[in-house]
Design a protein around this ligand. Structure first.
Ligand SMILES: *[C@@H]1O[C@H](CO)[C@@H](O)[C@H](O)[C@H]1NC(C)=O
Ligand SMILES: *[C@@H]1O[C@H](CO)[C@@H](O)[C@H](O)[C@H]1NC(C)=O
Ligand SMILES: *[C@@H]1O[C@H](CO)[C@@H](O)[C@H](O)[C@H]1NC(C)=O
Length: 566
């Protein structure tokens, strides 16, 4: 019993000792760290005294903490963009290793609207006369800021909710000022570049159209740190401000923004482009949900091959495309790859565009540098391989400030895909389809000539009778040629669809069909249901005695006698 109680006391004693030392340890750590904080503060105060500014206490601005590791104690020069005088002192870095300059530029005129930069219509035929003018967006005197290492910019995020894309002229100006300054500072000679960094401050971040997410080093709160790839950034600053001008091809502008144009340098650029920047590129289309567009995709591939294109043809499809269709598609020239389709969050169940967000999968094709997405209801008439030089996102116009998503030049990127997927649940789409969504995700886009995505759509008294000679690709809006008899464009039979009708465009499509091997033509047959639908609308048109009188045409299309069994 005695020994037992003895050992019991000993245990209590040991336990108390442990508890005591533990509390002591906590106390020491607490006061110790407090002491450290105090001495750090004192040191900082001391260093600011050294700077002869006795009235202020400085700590590192947050941007400096974020970039510190990258610059690794080197002496750096920093440009501050879009801060007012009061804020400057807050963001300025005090210390002998950092010098700061305030980048000055005039605020873009308040009267400049987004619609001025992205007008619906411009005179695209630039051979006659000077190119259409873009509004002026003032830039800083670039030569005054050519050796910066870091740019810190406050980005305007006015009206940002995440529900719609920002179309803010001042935001564009600040992003372009940053891009120009970085290119100027980082791209010293055609083949000499030095690392430059940028920290954006603002909840909406930089414009993803100009600053690629691939170049982001970190994001902490509303601070976004980027180390931009200068080659791509340079191309961005050479692009027109918006769709107010047709985007010129890279290397053709002759006005690198940071130095006068020199033809010899220009030659060097061209050589570099050929040897070092050999790109992997592809035309890509997407089929999902049903076999309805298989014939379209087959004809499209054949038309691209006829145009003597040298690029890959890749078709993404979901599980609903039948094995027989895939055989035909491969025979037509497509490489095929299965994907899972993506639902459009804002479309109704069962609606025509329920799965249109499947298109977003093109950003996952990261083994290609560039992709031209092309809808399966297009037909290529002339080689359009030259479009691969344009940066993301280049497209032809649709209406208002928007582009048409039927042909798009994009740059695959995993982080961009992820970003788009996150945004797809927030950004609203005006038509529930991918086009409305992509126009919110890429409000800043580059205009390709309309003739590379000729929209078969006629308003008012516009002629439905011809297509211009210079058209490179026709976009078959409305009912597709393979859903009609070949004798005429059956959009004529339905009053609300007559805006899409053009017999000449219809003929062009059937010319490519006629040039295809029979093995491929069999994918373009009419089913009993398709035939029934054409006949139904012809009858309605006849009863209405529609004045275009296409319902009077004696149909000779042999497909009507060889209906395919489903
Ligand atoms: C493709 O190349 C062939 C042979 O060189 C040529 O005859 C044809 O015109 C070319 N097609 C186009 C659309 O340029
Ligand atoms: C969505 O896809 C369907 C076919 O898959 C197509 O008919 C329709 O035009 C597309 N809609 C939009 C808005 O892109
Ligand atoms: C079409 O109508 C507009 C007025 O609405 C007129 O100015 C134009 O000359 C017409 N064009 C043709 C080809 O008839």
């Amino acid at each position: 019993m005695g020994t037992k109680s003895h050992s019991f006391n000993q245990k209590i004693f040991t336990l108390s000792l442990i508890l005591l030392s533990f509390s002591l340890l906590i106390l020491v750590t607490f006061f110790g760290s407090k002491h450290n904080i105090i001495t750090e503060r004192l040191k900082l105060q001391q260093s600011s005294y050294d700077d002869h500014q006795p009235n202020q206490v400085f700590t590192n601005p947050r941007w400096f903490d974020l970039i510190q590791e990258e610059i690794n104690g080197k002496k750096i020069k920093v440009g501050l963009i879009n801060f007012d005088e009061k804020e400057i002192s807050e963001y300025q870095m005090h210390g002998s290793a950092v010098s700061t300059v305030h980048v000055h530029f005039d605020h873009v005129s308040k009267s400049t609207k987004w619609e001025d930069i992205f007008p619906t219509w411009i005179d695209e035929n630039q051979e006659s006369g000077p190119p259409p003018a873009c509004p002026e967006i003032p830039m800083p005197r670039l030569e005054a800021y050519r050796d910066l290492d870091v740019v810190v910019a406050k980005v305007p995020c006015e009206g940002w909710t995440g529900k719609a894309g920002l179309r803010d002229v001042f935001r564009l100006q600040v992003n372009l000022v940053v891009a120009n300054i970085l290119v100027r500072s980082g791209w010293v000679m055609p083949d000499i570049k030095r690392p430059v960094y940028v920290v954006f401050i603002g909840v909406c971040g930089p414009m993803p159209e100009i600053f690629r997410c691939d170049d982001m080093l970190s994001k902490v709160g509303d601070h976004w740190v980027y180390k931009p790839e200068l080659r791509r950034l340079k191309q961005k600053v050479l692009m027109p401000l918006g769709s107010c001008q047709i985007a010129p091809a890279l290397g053709k502008t002759g006005k690198e923004a940071w130095r006068p144009h020199d033809p010899k340098l220009h030659e060097n650029f061209k050589k570099m482009k050929l040897s070092r920047f050999h790109q992997k590129e592809a035309y890509v289309t997407v089929l999902h949900s049903s076999d309805a567009y298989v014939c379209g995709a087959i004809t499209l591939a054949q038309s691209i091959i006829l145009s003597n294109s040298t690029r890959d043809l890749l078709l993404l499809h979901d599980e609903n495309i039948s094995p027989k269709s895939l055989t035909g598609l491969r025979y037509a020239g497509w490489k095929t790859r299965q994907i899972e389709r993506i639902r459009s969050p804002f479309s109704e169940k069962g609606s025509y565009n329920e799965w249109n967000y499947s298109k977003l999968r093109i950003w996952l094709l990261t083994w290609y540098d560039k992709v031209i997405f092309i809808d399966s209801d297009l037909l290529v008439l002339k080689n359009i391989d030259r479009l691969f030089v344009y940066p993301q996102l280049s497209a032809a116009r649709n209406d208002r400030t928007l582009f048409n998503s039927g042909i798009m030049v994009i740059e695959p990127s995993l982080c961009m895909f992820e970003d788009l997927m996150v945004k797809s649940f927030k950004l609203e789409s005006y038509n529930g389809g991918d086009q409305g969504f992509l126009n919110e995700a890429f409000t800043w886009w580059h205009r390709l000539p309309s003739k590379v995505n000729y929209l078969k759509y006629y308003q008012g008294n516009e002629s439905h009778e011809s297509i211009p000679d210079d058209v490179s690709a026709i976009h078959y809006l409305g009912l597709k040629p393979w859903m009609c008899y070949r004798d005429y464009d059956c959009n004529w039979d339905v009053e609300v669809r007559q805006v899409f009708a053009n017999d000449k465009a219809n003929e062009k499509w059937w010319q490519v069909y006629d040039a295809m091997p029979e093995k491929l033509q069999q994918y373009c047959g009419l089913t009993k249901h398709m035939d029934w639908r054409i006949k139904k609308w012809r009858k309605i048109a006849r009863n209405l005695r529609l004045p275009d009188e296409h319902w009077k045409i004696g149909v000779k299309d042999p497909r009507q006698f060889n209906l395919i069994i489903e």
